[in-house]
Design a protein. Structure first.
Length: 409
């Protein structure tokens, strides 16, 4: 995706960003109330511009700090619970949860609004007309806080549930897979360059995003073709080749523009890396299958999520609208069905080898995907064969193995 859109999405998911935005709005509302004083009728100013507005602001200021502190503590508790109960890779979605961020930001913004409002009233910043405006705005703030508080209470009941986290990871993986359906080669076409000028990574880390439009514009500026070697999710070291050009005489300015199309960070990202979402789902399942947790139901739920994701990827809608035109100057690879199947199902088959219920459900899932898509049939068959071979040595009795082996009969 576009690198600025990717940066905006990352910024918007930071917990402090929305809280700071709401805080600025609250402070601005408190300070700008005096500007609307000339338009307030005298009757409204006489009725609403009294001392009651200060009492409302005092109540908001004294209570919302405790509410914000409680909300932050609840989020930290949910983060810790998800880290231990699911996987630390999924816990990052807790702090990026839009509902939780809106609640916390509303409480912080309303608190600062109340503090600034009380300070301005004590400094005689408002006349009766300004106090009337503050009174009306305060009623709206109270209504917003009440709504967010009720929504936050409902959100807390789901935030730390493993099933809810599976749904959140599945949604992020589905979005990334859908984007790859629209741009299977990152906006490019099939092709490869065996030789040519090597574009090297400026740092060490994971490729989080590749901007196809910037790649195309840089290739046009250099009058060359570019082969993307480091796809999103790849780990690269400083100096590793991340792309290759079909010409040697490339200007430094054009090369810097091409390198800037790659975003490299310390961890993988869900946005343009669908394999990461599948890996996180598999980690949740393997954690559930550990002897200390022993929750095969969660693993079975993850298997169902994997079937939905891969089935939608392998069988996209027949008519896709608003497809971007691929660039003939950009070469990139497509997602490998074998990699996708291995990412989510192989760990479950390995760690669930001693649980007949998980193995039976997994075999049925593999059979379903084999029928729905020919390109998934071969990797499904390989995983199924390894599953049976491992189960034969791990399952405690022949009767259990026979039940797994004949599950598809």
């Amino acid at each position: 995706m576009d690198r600025w859109l990717f940066a905006w999405r990352r910024l918007k998911r930071r917990m402090w960003f929305r809280a700071a935005l709401y805080a600025l709005v609250g402070v601005a509302a408190a300070l700008l109330a005096a500007a609307g004083a000339p338009w307030v009728p005298d009757a409204v100013a006489d009725r609403l511009g009294g001392e009651s507005v200060e009492q409302i602001l005092t109540i908001l200021a004294s209570s919302l700090l405790a509410v914000a502190t409680f909300s932050l503590g609840a989020m930290v508790t949910a983060y810790t619970a998800v880290s231990s109960g699911a996987t630390p890779r999924a816990a990052a979605l807790v702090t990026g949860d839009e509902g939780a961020q809106k609640a916390l930001a509303t409480f912080v913004g309303a608190f600062l609004y109340a503090i600034v409002g009380v300070t301005a009233i004590n400094a005689n910043y408002y006349g009766p007309e300004g106090r009337a405006i503050i009174f009306i705005v305060s009623l709206c703030v109270v209504a917003l806080v009440a709504f967010r508080l009720l929504a936050w209470i409902g959100r807390l009941s789901d935030l730390a549930r493993v099933g809810h986290m599976i749904g959140m990871v599945e949604k992020r993986a589905a979005d990334a897979l859908a984007d790859r359906v629209r741009r299977p080669r990152l906006g490019g076409v099939a092709g490869a360059l065996k030789d040519g000028f090597a574009v090297v990574a400026p740092g060490t880390g994971y490729v989080q995003n590749v901007d196809p439009d910037r790649l195309d514009s840089a290739a046009r500026a250099l009058d060359c073709s570019v082969h993307v070697l480091a796809m999103p999710g790849a780990f690269v070291r400083r100096g590793d080749t991340i792309a290759r050009l079909d010409r040697e005489d490339c200007a430094d300015k054009g090369l810097r523009r091409l390198v800037s199309a790659f975003t490299i960070g310390h961890s993988r990202s869900y946005d343009q890396d669908p394999r990461y979402g599948l890996i996180v789902l598999a980690e949740i399942a393997t954690r559930a299958l550990s002897p200390g947790v022993n929750d095969p139901g969660t693993a079975i739920q993850v298997v169902g999520a994997g079937v939905r994701l891969l089935d939608d990827w392998a069988r996209p809608p027949e008519e896709l609208t608003d497809l971007p035109e691929p660039s003939p100057r950009v070469f990139a690879s497509v997602l490998s069905p074998d990699d996708l199947m291995t990412d989510i199902f192989e760990p479950i088959a390995f760690h669930g080898a001693g649980d007949p219920a998980v193995l039976i459900r997994l075999r049925k899932a593999l059979a379903t995907l084999s029928v729905s898509s020919p390109e998934l049939a071969a990797p499904a068959a390989r995983i199924d064969a390894r599953l049976l071979a491992r189960a034969e040595t791990v399952l405690p009795s022949n009767q259990d193995f026979e039940g797994v082996a004949t599950a598809l009969d």
